[in-house]
Ligand binder design. Structure first.
Ligand SMILES: NC(=O)c1ccc[n+]([C@@H]2O[C@H](COP(=O)([O-])OP(=O)(O)OC[C@H]3O[C@@H](n4cnc5c(N)ncnc54)[C@H](O)[C@@H]3O)[C@@H](O)[C@H]2O)c1
Length: 270
């Protein structure tokens, strides 16, 4: 089992929602330090204040950071300078907005920044180049597992996260580096991701359908999402995929994902 105690954690999108829940859970289980990155200064500072009062100085630090910029590299460097190492990175920052004025940013945050952060973490942690090994946890979604036609761009970004993370997590990468890469597919979780100010579709007609579908979607609690991620962290093998939905315990669906790709790749090499 993988431990949380005395490890240094790095969580993006950590000021609110599931990310903030993950920060709380790591500290609750004895993390040495959690670096919490987000663009949301108000919620980030409030979280830092709340958790410093509870756990003491140097346990958590909020870093104002837009993951799509060079600020990300600077925070990696600062955390390594201050705490010597980063054992676990959770790439949780994400938006769900396919609107014409937002979808390029969505791709930038959900895919490009996640890949950039994963490679930064991989290079730092890899044992074959002086690191101590570690874990990268990338946040996909149930939309990576079915064809969610109302949000084609968001669905594409989360599918990209699934493929990227599983491919990076496979041998020989994981065996020579001793860096584990896990993918978490959350189901609908009660956060502000679905608020009308944050969420959007690519045109007016689809926007109406999307808004209409909201009331009927069952939402799990943030705590259930966080518990599932912690379970996957403790037990998951590299390149594993975890379904965390409907307030159920985390389910290792790596076998299903492999089977799906076996079917999709039929005839590809012949
Ligand atoms: N809530 C759900 O139903 C659900 C389901 C599946 C997957 N997810 C994924 O889980 C992750 C967390 O989502 P959430 O539901 O907690 O949403 P949220 O909106 O509550 O939290 C996302 C956080 O990311 C931050 N963020 C956005 N852009 C950023 C940037 N450029 N740099 C740094 N931080 C940035 C936001 O400020 C926010 O604090 C996202 O990747 C989301 O796609 C959520």
């Amino acid at each position: 089992m993988f431990e949380i105690r005395d490890k240094v954690f790095f969580v993006t999108g950590a000021a609110a929602g599931i990310g903030a829940g993950i920060v709380r859970a790591f500290l609750d289980e004895g993390a040495k330090h959690v670096a919490a990155l987000d663009v949301d200064i108000n919620n980030g500072k409030a979280l830092e204040q709340e958790l410093t009062a509870k756990y003491g100085n140097d346990k958590v630090k909020f870093h104002k950071c837009d993951v799509t910029t060079n600020e990300l590299d600077a925070v990696y460097d600062n955390v390594v300078n201050d705490f010597g190492y980063i054992d676990v990175v959770v790439n949780c920052a994400g938006i769900m907005n396919d609107r014409p004025n937002a979808y390029l940013k969505e791709i930038d945050i959900n895919i490009t920044a996640l890949i950039r952060s994963s490679f930064k973490a991989f290079d730092l942690m890899r044992k074959d180049q002086g690191g101590r090994g570690g874990t990268i946890i990338n946040i996909s979604s149930i939309v990576g597992l079915f064809q969610a036609h109302l949000l084609p761009v968001y669905t594409a970004t989360k599918s990209a996260v699934l493929q990227f993370s599983n491919c990076l997590g496979k041998a020989p990468h994981c065996t020579r580096s001793e860096v584990r890469v896990l993918t978490i597919c959350f189901g609908c979780t009660d956060t502000s991701l679905f608020s009308s100010s944050k969420m959007g579709a690519f045109d007016k007609e689809t926007d109406e359908l999307l808004t209409g579908s909201m009331g009927i979607l069952p939402m799990q609690k943030i705590e259930s999402a966080v518990d599932g991620l912690i379970h996957a962290y403790k037990h998951g093998e590299s390149a594993s995929t975890w379904l965390v939905t409907s307030d159920r315990p985390a389910e290792d669906i790596t076998g299903n994902v492999s089977k799906a790709y076996e079917i999709m790749s039929q005839g590809v090499f012949s």
